[in-house]
Design a protein around this ligand. Structure first.
Ligand SMILES: [Zn+2]
Length: 540
């Protein structure tokens, strides 16, 4: 590849105009002339036309299985215009055979006119396909008449406790909106289970990731065998550093849980090592760490806070596990060589996890432990991240979407300086890994990185930059979305930057980025994604 603006993310050689790839790896980096001189007669020469090329992007926090319904279906995240929702659904219907289900959603009527949509709207754009779309927080579903008919639902259907079938007051018929448990009425509808097939879902999620320039994810699931099937089919064009979820709850002894998980890891590693793609493309799947959870989220007052919630002082969130249990799980994980990631959103939850890591003080296989989300954290604890060597894994869009929507209500303006403190982390010498938490926020890393740069959110009804002191530069954001993620895996020396000797994972953008990259970054498109020198988007 030559005639490019290559941002290598390698501080020893930050910019180049060209590079050469042989057998899936970068073998030379330099000026266009230097690299062209290396070409043999069978060398494929790619003229980048002057656009920016960056390393393959690494998303530090995903739920590919959880997002698979979105990947196979439609994704209406953050779209305000209902006509645009319907256009996307119509396009999807036209790409499918009659009768195929359309799933996904993440629509938010509060972003548009605040009025719940109806089944008739879906019937008009997808008359021959059953449609079932969940809303942004997963509590409400929107179905078409065909979906309702296939599921055998009528106004008189008994609804599971807590659920509601919304009825049109004029006709007494379902409007198409099903709240909470009522969505379970669709579970046995013919054809739905096939659409939710996990292997097919992972494949769709992998394709979507590649289309956004993502070549590696730190994912979380317990679906190891389904990932291995995708690998065996040759469709795992994404390196998956898997965080194994232990069966939640239960009284199983932590030592036993991780003993069993270590056996699973051995089995998975043998399977992956025996696959030829490991030789030609490097490792594509590994159980790299484990993921635990200490608290909930701010939106529902379930995150553990040091002081009461500003808008509900009586809320008493319960930890998901006791401190003793958390510490025992961390110790057992370390004993079995699992680095640990813990979901902690409130400042008290973050403190508890830091305490647990302080007690254990191990870096399994040299890989740091990590805390996920860290939406509120005290300055003292930021220092402890550094002194204990804990990585901060944060998701930019959770800040830009939600501060004005509910975060200020929950924690008040006086605690706001402790929220989403990306810059404080970097300035404090803490390793910061960025990610999306897809499907809870946009998968597109260019949107997530732009969020760290402009840090805009709706406050007092106006979208404006908020607490500029914590925004990042493009270079910092790109590092957080590439090498920082690689550093949290056993592949730190093999991926994460455009460096001679590393796997040739790289992304071609549609334009050359300006020297001062601002929020326009989110308008850039990925035109090609390569994994180990092979083009995976658009698929060859
Ligand atoms: Zn998550």
């Amino acid at each position: 590849m030559f005639n490019a603006d290559v941002r290598t993310v390698d501080s020893t050689y930050p910019n180049a105009a060209a590079f050469a790839v042989t057998a899936g790896k970068f073998v030379a980096l330099g000026s266009s002339g230097e690299i062209r001189d290396l070409a043999g007669k069978n060398t494929e020469m790619i003229d980048a036309g002057g656009v920016t090329v960056i390393p393959g992007l690494i998303d530090g926090h995903t739920h590919l299985v959880g997002g698979s319904a979105l990947a196979v279906g439609v994704d209406l995240t953050a779209i305000e215009d209902k006509d645009e929702w319907l256009r996307i659904i119509r396009d999807k219907a036209q790409s499918l055979s009659d009768g195929a289900w359309i799933l996904g959603g993440r629509w938010d009527h509060n972003l548009s006119d605040g009025i719940l949509p109806t089944r008739e709207m879906l019937d008009a754009v997808a008359p021959h396909n059953p449609v079932l779309l969940s809303d942004i927080d997963g509590h409400t579903s929107w179905a078409s008449s065909l979906a309702i008919e296939l599921a055998g639902i009528t106004a008189a259907s008994p609804v599971p406790p807590g659920g509601t079938i919304m009825l049109d007051p004029a006709t007494g018929e379902p409007t198409g909106i099903f709240k909470e448990g009522a969505a379970a009425l669709f579970r046995d509808a013919p054809g739905l289970a096939e659409t939710l097939d996990v292997v097919a879902g992972i494949k769709a999620a992998v394709e979507l990731a590649n289309s956004y320039g993502i070549t590696t994810v730190h994912d979380m699931s317990a679906n190891f065998d389904q990932f291995l099937s995708v690998l065996d089919d040759g469709d795992l064009t994404l390196r998956v550093w898997q965080g194994a979820l232990p069966a939640r709850g239960g009284n199983a002894e932590p030592g036993e849980i991780f003993h069993e998980m270590a056996r699973e890891r051995d089995r998975v590693r043998q399977h992956v090592a025996a696959n030829d793609q490991t030789v030609s493309m490097g490792v594509l799947f590994d159980i790299g760490y484990t993921k635990l959870t200490i608290d909930g989220v701010l939106s529902t007052h379930t995150a553990l806070m040091k002081a009461p919630y500003s808008d509900d002082p009586d809320a008493e969130p319960e930890p998901f596990v006791t401190r003793d249990r958390l510490n025992a799980m961390i110790a057992a994980a370390h004993e079995h060589d699992f680095p640990v990631a813990v979901h902690a959103i409130g400042d008290e939850g973050v403190s508890w996890v830091l305490d647990g890591f302080a007690e254990s003080r191990v870096r399994p296989n040299g890989i740091a432990n990590r805390i996920e989300h860290i939406e509120v954290v005290t300055p003292d604890d930021v220092e402890r991240f550094e002194s204990l060597g804990i990585t901060a894994s944060m998701q930019p869009h959770h800040a830009t979407c939600c501060v004005g929507n509910y975060v200020i209500d929950r924690i008040g303006r006086e605690r706001l300086p402790n929220a989403y403190v990306w810059r404080q982390m970097l300035d404090g010498g803490v390793d910061l890994v960025l990610g999306s938490d897809w499907p809870t926020s946009p998968f597109n890393p260019l949107i997530q990185m732009a969020d760290t740069i402009h840090r805009e959110t709706r406050i007092d009804g106006v979208i404006r930059p908020w607490d500029d002191g914590n925004s990042l530069t493009f270079e910092e954001a790109l590092f957080g979305y590439t090498q920082a993620g690689a550093n949290m895996t056993s592949w730190a020396g093999e991926i994460g930057s455009i460096t001679v000797g590393k796997w040739a994972d790289f992304v071609v953008l549609d334009q050359r980025l300006p020297a001062d990259t601002g929020r326009a970054l989110e308008e850039r498109q990925v035109t090609a994604t390569y994994l180990a020198g092979r083009r995976v988007y658009p698929r060859e």
